[in-house]
Design a protein around this ligand. Sequence first.
Ligand code: ATP
Ligand code: MG
Length: 238
Amino acid sequence: MPVLTAENVTAGYGRTPIINDISLSVDAGAVTTIIGPNGAGKSTFAKTVVGILRATNGRITLGDQDITRMPPHQMPRHGLVYVPQNDNVFKTLTVRENLDVGGYASKGDTAARMEYVLSIFKDLSKATEKRAGNLSGGQQNLLAIARALMVEPTVIVLDEPTAGLSPAYTDVVWNQIEGIAQTGTGVLVVEQNVERALKHATFVHIFVAGSNHVHGTAADIASLDLAAIFLGRAGADH
Ligand SMILES: Nc1ncnc2c1ncn2[C@@H]1O[C@H](COP(=O)(O)OP(=O)(O)OP(=O)(O)O)[C@@H](O)[C@H]1O
Ligand SMILES: [Mg+2]
């Protein structure tokens, strides 16, 4: 069942649209990935979904609520959280303090939620009093994800959560992402690495030049000529 739906979404930074007429939905308990070449508009779409950029056309729905014009700071309270690619933790705060900040919009018991989140993120549970800036890059990404989970989201949007990480740590992060989906949360991940996107996702969207004409199950997408599609030579009629 879709927990997040984008219908015909157009957005950009100035007057010129960067993404055009994007329609996509995220199911509860499943991982949906967005792949595509640099500059295709993947991050622009992620920012539009979470309200950082305003859609100039189209509609974004979370559950049965229209969130197209909702300001970004209200999104977590409604169950939609976002983990940006960079600057995703407060470096001078400790791990515990970062999680506390993440829980600000939580309706429930923050202490209990923190205990739960730390029980999943074992690496972090051993470093609660460490400053985030002193963690490894991979641990910082995990902390950013953990912090987003403090509000028990119905949908989490992650922009390249494994960029720059070693293959071993990429496995760790992806295991956590799959675990989040298994709890019933809808997961939308922008992933630069096509192999990873196909391995871990249920559903895949390919963005090329601001459009997402090609999408399907990971198995469907794996059978396509992705190089040609990335170069804009095929797939426009899928
Ligand atoms: N803040 C901004 N102001 C103006 N244009 C921008 C801004 N950020 C991105 N763009 C432009 O929007 C287009 C899409 O960028 P976006 O970051 O969404 O692509 P992407 O698919 O996430 O690429 P990457 O794989 O490199 O992360 C690019 O042409 C980029 O130059
Ligand atoms: Mg990007």
